[in-house]
Design a protein around this ligand. Structure first.
Ligand code: BMA
Length: 363
C-alpha cells in the first residue's frame, strides 16, 4: 500500500503541467512508463549486454544477425525489459567498447530492443584522461580536477563528452534512454570515486556532463540516473548528489559477495543490505520526487540455489523501484555471469522469477 501511495504522489507531480498539457516528449513518455511500472507494484527486469553475447556465444556478423539470441530469453522465454549497455571506449573513438562490443552492434541492438518494446540504460566506464589508464586506474587523485574548468585535460575531456553525446544522439530524436554516468562514486575503485576527488569536484563533473549534453547539444531525451555503490548511509548518498535539476532516477549498485564465507550467510547479508538501502532510497525518492531503481546487482556465478526467488525477489518486492538490472554474462570468462543460461543448474529458479506477477519481462 505504501508503495502505491508514494508513486501516486510522484505520478501527480510528473503530470501536473496545468490545464494546457504540452506534447509529451520521449523523455516524459519514458518517465511516465517507469512511474506506471512502479505504481502498479511491478519491477522491470534488466540484463547488461543481453543481446550482444551470452555465456557460450557472441554475435559475430552483427550487420546480418537478427539479434534474437539472449541467455535470458533462452531460460525464461522472454527478453529482459531493460537492456544495459556500456559506452566505455567511445571516448577514444574506438570501434568496440571495453568488452569488445562493436558500437555499430550496440546501436543496432538498442534500436531493435526499443522496437520490441524494451528500455535501454547506458553506463560508462571511460578511460582515465590524465594517466591514460582505464576507469579503475586510481593512481592519481587529480583526474577529476584535470577535466574541470582550468584543468589540463579539459579540452580533451570535452571531446570525450562529444563522442559519447554523438552516439546517444545518433539513436534518433524519438529515442529516450537512461544514462547513469559516474556511477559507484562513493567507493574508491574508479577515478571519480570517493577518495579520488572532493564532493564538489564530483558534483561539478556530473553537472558538466549534464550541461554539455542538455544545454550545449540539446540532447534532452535522457533520464539521468545517479547510482552510487551501496550499501551506504543516506548522508553518504547525498554527499555527492548533483542536485534535482540534474537527476531523474535515484539508483544504487549493490552486489552479493561470498568471499571465504558461506553462501547462505552471504544471501542474508546481501538481502539486509539491499533492504536497508532501498528503504533509505524510498525516503529520498519521495523527498526529491524521483524514480528509483536497483541499477546494478547480482551474485557472480549465482552460487545460491534459489537466488532469484529466494533472495533477490524477497529483498526488492516491497520497494517502489521501477527496475532491477543484473550484470553481464561474459562469453570469454566462464565464471563471470549474473543471469542464468540454458543448461545452468539453477535456470528453473530464474524462470520462476520471471513468471512472478510483480516482475516485468518483455513478452
Ligand atoms: C565489470 C566486469 C568487467 C567489465 C566491466 C565493464 O563489472 O564485468 O569485466 O569490463 O564491468 O562492463
Amino acid at each position: 500500500m505504501k508503495k502505491v501511495l508514494i508513486f501516486a504522489a510522484l505520478a501527480l507531480t510528473a503530470c501536473s503541467t496545468g490545464n494546457k498539457k504540452p506534447m509529451e516528449t520521449p523523455k516524459d513518455q519514458l518517465a511516465h512508463r517507469l512511474f506506471s511500472v512502479a505504481e502498479a507494484g511491478q519491477i522491470a527486469y534488466g540484463h547488461q549486454d543481453d543481446l550482444f553475447y551470452g555465456h557460450t556465444w557472441c554475435v559475430q556478423d552483427w550487420e546480418n544477425d537478427p539479434l534474437e539470441r539472449s541467455d535470458v530469453k533462452e531460460v525464461t522465454g522472454k527478453y529482459p525489459m531493460i537492456m544495459g549497455c556500456d559506452l566505455g571506449g567511445i571516448e577514444l573513438g574506438d570501434s568496440c567498447n571495453l568488452d569488445g562490443v562493436p558500437f555499430g552492434l550496440m546501436k543496432k541492438a538498442v534500436l531493435k530492443h526499443i522496437e520490441r518494446g524494451g528500455i535501454v540504460t547506458f553506463s560508462w566506464h571511460p578511460r582515465n584522461p590524465l594517466t591514460g589508464g582505464d576507469a579503475w586506474d586510481i593512481s592519481s587523485n587529480e583526474v577529476v580536477k584535470s577535466v574541470l574548468p582550468g584543468g589540463e585535460k579539459k579540452a580533451e575531456f570535452m571531446l570525450w563528452l562529444q563522442r559519447a553525446a554523438d552516439f546517444i544522439e545518433s539513436l534518433g530524436p524519438d529515442v529516450a534512454v537512461i544514462f547513469r554516468p559516474w556511477h559507484e562514486n562513493i567507493a574508491s575503485w574508479f577515478w571519480w570515486g570517493g577518495k579520488l576527488c572532493t564532493d564538489q569536484e564530483y558534483k561539478d563533473l556530473f553537472r558538466a556532463t549534464w550541461l554539455y549534453f542538455t544545454k550545449e547539444r540539446g540532447i534532452t531525451n535522457i533520464l539521468w540516473c545517479y547510482s552510487p555503490n551501496g550499501p551506504i548511509s543516506p548522508e553518504e548518498y547525498m554527499s555527492r548528489y548533483p542536485g534535482d535539476e540534474f537527476v531523474d532516477i535515484l539508483g544504487t549498485d549493490i552486489y552479493e559477495y561470498v568471499g571465504d564465507g558461506f553462501v547462505p550467510e552471504a544471501d542474508v547479508r546481501f538481502s539486509e543490505e539491499v533492504k536497508d538501502m532501498l528503504r533509505s532510497l524510498s525516503a529520498m525518492s519521495l523527498e526529491h520526487q524521483k524514480l528509483m531503481c536497483l541499477s546494478e546487482t547480482g551474485f557472480e556465478g549465482i552460487p545460491s540455489p534459489a537466488w532469484w526467488t529466494g533472495v533477490l525477489e524477497p529483498a526488492i518486492r516491497e520497494f517502489p523501484i521501477c527496475y532491477v538490472l543484473t550484470w553481464r554474462n561474459a562469453h570469454d570468462k566462464p565464471g563471470h555471469f549474473y543471469a542464468a543460461w540454458k543448461g545452468f543448474e539453477n535456470e528453473a529458479d530464474m524462470k520462476a522469477f520471471s513468471d512472478k506477477e510483480n516482475i516485468l519481462f518483455l513478452d
